[in-house]
Design a protein around this ligand. Structure first.
Ligand code: ZN
Length: 368
């Protein structure tokens, strides 16, 4: 385990609480939001409760755009899509963004006029299965959203990426922000589809032995193991924080340092957290269409709750910022009271972490 740095001084000190390298991002974000007169739009409930954004309460990069949908969110998206569009004919389609479709052959136009056979989850991706063995593989990344609208609705010129028209309604794909990260791959046949499967182990459909074997295959931090799509299936930054908080394990514990008891606790925590969030999200969506799945959630115990009290012990949740994301943890429950200094840990974790979120998400089975 990397040696944790114990910070003795008050953690609310601005010098410690905000690494200088996050300032430009925050300043830029506030500037943009102020210009549009919607200063607080996009900030989490916690941030709004604690007042306007300040130097002391930066959100993780991309926070204003929500968070990437993970296994529970994608599961509920797939179920809603199934209710709304399975068995329906894709009557027409519009692709407005030149950055969205990442494949040339087959063309997405071939799908027009086909019936939808069904929808599936593939890692954090949503798969549309169409007639004639054609598949759309959609990755929403952080800011991509799906909405079900009345038939014939127009795309917003600013955020609209694509429109899928059915006789019952129109599925609209949008992406907030200026980065175009959401992607659509069009493939033919199950084997071409399988190339998009990162190959992570589905913890909801495996036993403890398979979990233990997968965990011990590499020597990584727990945070890395749980966010690497080639190791575990469909889990990302948010649910890894929740799982490690539930298991009361440090995000920086190494996978090869867990004994059998800790491994069992982690396995149970992973399954419980994912199942609870699937149930909760399912209940909220009901028969409708999910529109809050990628938002920061106040019901989460650790993720996105920097400085909020830990629901288990009341200690303020802490964070480690690195690359383009942040990890939240409770020092009392998870690290034996130690505060982990993010700049130091960024350096320690450098070799165990791809530099960008895109790099991590692009990982395919077999590694790259
Ligand atoms: Zn705690």
């Amino acid at each position: 385990m990397p040696r944790a740095l114990t910070i003795r001084e008050d953690t609310d000190s601005p010098r410690r609480a905000l690494p200088p390298r996050t300032e430009p991002m925050e300043a830029q974000l506030c500037g943009a939001l102020l210009q549009t007169g919607k200063r607080r739009q996009g900030y989490s409930d916690a941030a709004i409760r604690s007042g306007p954004p300040s130097r002391l309460t930066p959100k993780p990069p991309g926070a204003s755009l929500g968070r990437m949908p993970e296994l529970p969110d994608v599961t509920v998206y797939v179920e809603a899509l199934d209710r709304h569009a399975t068995g329906r004919r894709l009557e027409s389609m519009q692709v407005a963004s030149p950055f969205l479709v990442r494949t040339f052959e087959p063309s997405w136009r071939e799908a027009i006029g086909s019936n939808v056979v069904g929808f599936r989850r593939l890692g954090k991706r949503i798969v549309f299965e169409l007639e004639n063995d054609l598949f759309f593989v959609l990755h929403l990344m952080i800011a991509g959203r799906l909405r079900w609208k009345r038939a014939g609705v127009k795309l917003s010129p600013k955020t609209g990426l694509a429109r899928f028209d059915f006789d019952t309604g129109t599925l609209v794909l949008t992406e907030a922000g200026s980065k175009r990260r959401a992607s659509l791959h069009v493939v033919r046949g199950e084997s071409a589809l399988a190339d998009h499967d990162p190959g992570g182990l589905d913890v909801l459909h495996c036993d403890l032995d398979a979990f233990r074997t997968r965990l011990r295959q590499g020597r990584h931090t727990l945070k890395r193991a749980f966010t690497d799509p080639t190791i575990f299936d469909g889990i990302g930054n948010a649910y890894s924080d929740e799982i490690l908080h539930r298991a009361a394990l440090s995000p920086l514990r190494r996978t090869d340092q867990l004994d059998d008891e800790a491994t069992r606790i982690l396995f149970d925590a992973a399954r419980a957290v994912l199942e609870e969030w699937i149930d909760r999200t399912r209940r909220e969506v009901g028969d409708g269409f999910p529109d809050k799945v990628t938002a920061f959630r106040k019901e989460m115990a650790a993720h996105g709750r920097f400085k909020e009290p830990c629901p288990r012990c009341g200690t303020p949740i802490q964070r480690i910022a690195y690359a383009d994301r942040e990890t939240n943890y409770c020092p009392a429950c998870q690290t034996g009271g130690k505060l982990l200094a993010d700049r130091v840990l960024s350096r320690l974790m450098k070799d165990d972490w791809p530099k960008t979120l895109d790099e991590l998400e692009d990982r395919k089975r077999g590694g790259e």
